[in-house]
Ligand binder design. Structure first.
Ligand code: LRH
Ligand code: MN
Ligand code: MN
Length: 405
């Protein structure tokens, strides 16, 4: 560790010792933190107006894994990669899984794609046409198979289904169709596989969305079975919605399955997590801490971001750092004092306990933990210095993808 980082870490340790914090315990939890990165975060992306190709962008799923391995090498906590099918379609999925293994990675959640076919104009599993629903269900079943082949135990589903005009279709009938299709898929999942159901307020549908909020997703999961759980994407809520409250409610119901981390200012912006609202991120982790201590709880922590104008690997590393810092701050909350303040009605005392933890500069702590894990104290700077991007920009010059990939 560099002398300046070491000094900052020692000073941090002393301050925390004065507060009575068990730093060894905090570090242990930080070392155990895991974040899954999305294959689609490494590929070309853009807005609905244009795609902005970047030099060095991966040309196939294998190269996406190479980039993900860079994020893991620099941070130490990102050993798994989510796939999106068919964006990441390959001839031989076992070969892809083996390749991931050779890079020190594994394949994570399998994300079906039910939103890019002409057939899905009126929806996929909610479509009024049974033939379209059959096609959508078959794709989901194919994804269950792929998950089995690559050793993944998570099927992560976001539906674009909805309507654009009042009267267009029946809400209730659409819900029934969704339940029928998803029940078939759930019934075909191996016993140790979980289905994560992701909700989103609106877009692409503008009038109503079939899974628009946590209530729609939760009640669907309750009908499907106990291995159906809700996925919270931080960009999928109306302005002002209290996401940490939703997190606590889903935890209490035993139905929080995972996260899609990102950040938003207006809608589903998919910006670097923690770039717009780091306090919200901290408060979410505060809710998660106690639940995480329950060995029966399994939550998938995943990033879902599209880096349109910023360098992709760097943006992913920065996102992981923001997640480490939010988690570290949450771990510093004096929970005993918080409980006492709450019970005695000390409103601002309780609030200030959160502010105290949030205000701590945890960067030296996170730097130390990253180094403990074989990562880098300053991973963005180290990645820049490594020359990786310049190298792959040269190597991947031929056959660069032009559109979304
Ligand atoms: C669309 C979306 C959703 C999915 C992702 C693949 O809103 O961003 O969050 O998880 O595409
Ligand atoms: Mn998402
Ligand atoms: Mn989204």
């Amino acid at each position: 560790m560099e002398a300046t980082v070491r000094q900052a870490y020692e000073a941090f340790r002393e301050t925390q010792a004065e507060r009575g914090v068990d730093l060894a315990g905090v570090e242990e939890r930080l070392r155990a933190q895991r974040v899954e990165t999305p294959s689609w975060g490494y590929g070309n992306s853009g807005t609905r107006f244009a795609v902005f190709p970047q030099p060095g962008v991966p040309r196939n799923p294998f190269e996406k894994l190479q980039d993900a391995a860079q994020v893991h090498a620099h941070t130490g906590i990102c050993p798994s990669v989510a796939l999106h099918i068919p964006w990441d379609a390959v001839e031989d999925y076992r070969e892809l899984a083996d390749y991931a293994g050779s890079l020190g990675l594994r394949l994570g959640a399998i994300n079906p794609n039910l939103f890019q076919e002409e057939d899905y104009r009126l929806g996929s599993v909610c479509n009024p046409d049974p033939a379209v629903r059959r096609r959508a269900t078959d794709h989901l079943l194919e994804c269950v198979e792929i998950a089995g082949e690559v050793g993944s135990r998570v099927l992560s589903l976001w539906l674009a289904d909805g309507t654009n005009y009042p009267g267009q279709d029946s809400f209730v009938e659409r819900r029934g169709r969704m339940l029928e299709c998803l029940s078939e898929v759930y019934g075909r999942m191996p016993e140790d596989m979980r289905l994560l159901l992701e909700y989103k307020l609106f877009e692409p549908a503008f009038y109503h969305t079939d899974l628009c909020d946590w209530g729609c997703a939760l009640t669907m999961c309750q009908k499907l079975g106990e291995r159906a759980l809700v996925l919270v994407d931080l960009g999928h809520h109306a302005q002002g919605v209290n996401v940490e409250h939703i997190v606590s409610l889903l935890l209490d119901e035993g139905r929080l399955g995972g996260f899609h981390f990102n950040n938003r200012k207006y809608a589903d912006d998919d910006l670097v997590v923690g770039s717009i609202n780091p306090f919200e991120l901290f408060l979410i982790y505060v809710e998660l801490l106690e639940a995480e201590e329950d060995p029966g709880v399994r939550i998938e922590y995943m990033i879902d971001q599209a880096h349109n104008i910023e360098p992709k690997i760097e943006a992913m590393i920065l996102s992981v750092m923001n997640l480490q810092e939010a988690y570290a701050k949450a771990l510093l909350v004096d929970r005993e004092a918080l409980r006492e303040a709450r019970l005695s009605g000390d409103v601002l005392g309780a609030h200030r306990l959160l502010l105290e933890a949030y205000g701590a500069d945890v960067r030296p702590l996170c730097a130390k933990v990253r180094e403990d894990l074989g990562g880098r104290a300053d991973p963005v700077a180290a990645f820049r210095r490594s020359g990786y991007l310049e190298r792959v920009a040269e190597e991947r010059r031929e056959g660069r993808p032009a559109g979304w990939a």
